[in-house]
Design a protein around this ligand. Structure first.
Ligand SMILES: C[S@@+](CC[C@H](N)C(=O)[O-])C[C@H]1O[C@@H](n2cnc3c(N)ncnc32)[C@H](O)[C@@H]1O
Length: 272
């Protein structure tokens, strides 16, 4: 197991992240992604999920795997109260934040650690947002996905939304794999790809990323979470998000995230 995995898998890294939060426009966040882009990404993904959620039968079950602060699980329950929603995360701090969010919004979501939540399956849909990049060991990633596949109903869906990069990149607690390497892994596990899409993000490449990094270095001791807590930085990222549609030429937005819609075939031999 790599060093990055030890930090992420023993839970201490995410415990720390879950406990350090800041407020932005009436909500609390723990993210180190530039905040305006983060909020835009969350809204985009929720809209993108609507069609799949609408198609689920009443009483159908959805698991938000690696749910963090529970944002997606809670929003899905609010929009689709006829579904049964579960959220799981290995970090106790994240589970507590998620449960508090559900309580604030009077949402009926069962949050638990992942081993416990898996027992509620089989699931009609499993959502995995920004989790796989943090499972840096390939064998562990494969085992986690095989376990999820085995807790799907026949024909069940998995939606993966993940940081990707054409050239593989590694940080201390993450790994950006190529879109193709994920696609190969899903195919190998017998999960059929029904749709894929990439999302441009102005802060991972080009001018936008350089501006953000320089501001963080200059003003906030190199700490992106502290930067996100600052009003100056919040306004800056809002400005960059607003001008990003002007185009690739100005900010050189890059395809930093890939969404995969996967389907578990009704009758397929599994590879573990
Ligand atoms: C970047 S956060 C994303 C949280 C949430 N899905 C979202 O998009 O807001 C990554 C989350 O993955 C969780 N995580 C890390 N390793 C995991 C694993 N092996 N299984 C499940 N969750 C894991 C972390 O505890 C953390 O809450």
């Amino acid at each position: 197991m790599s060093e990055g995995d030890e930090r992420t898998e023993d839970g201490s890294y995410w415990e720390g992240r879950g406990l350090r939060t800041f407020s932005y426009r009436g909500d609390r966040y723990y993210t180190v992604t530039p905040i305006a882009q983060y909020v835009r990404r969350r809204r985009w993904l929720l809209r993108r999920l609507e069609r799949l959620l609408e198609a689920l039968p009443t009483g159908g079950s959805v698991l938000d795997f690696g749910c963090g602060d529970g944002f997606y699980a809670v929003e899905i329950e609010r929009r689709f109260p006829r579904l049964r929603i579960y959220g799981c995360d290995p970090s106790r701090a994240m589970i507590e934040a998620a449960a508090a969010r559900a309580h604030r919004h009077r949402a009926r979501v069962a949050f638990a650690d992942c081993d416990e939540a898996m027992r509620h399956g089989p699931f009609d849909l499993v959502l995995i947002v920004a989790v796989l990049a943090h499972i840096t060991d390939d064998a562990r990633l494969r085992a986690v996905l095989a376990q999820i596949r085995d807790r799907l109903v026949p024909g069940g869906r998995v939606v993966v939304f993940e940081m990707t990069a054409q050239r593989e990149l590694r940080g201390d607690a993450w790994r950006r794999r190529s879109p193709e390497s994920y696609a190969r892994l899903f195919a190998d596990l017998g999960l059929e790809l029904s749709a894929t899409e990439s999302l441009a993000a102005p802060f991972h490449d080009g001018v936008g990323a350089r501006i953000c990094r320089a501001v963080v270095r200059l003003g906030y001791s190199g700490d992106p979470l502290r930067a996100n807590a600052s009003v100056v930085y919040q306004r800056l990222t809002e400005l960059l998000v607003a001008v990003a549609p002007i185009g690739d030429r100005l900010l050189r937005t890059c395809r930093a995230y890939t969404l995969y819609e996967l389907r578990h075939p009704a009758h397929a031999p599994h590879k573990s």
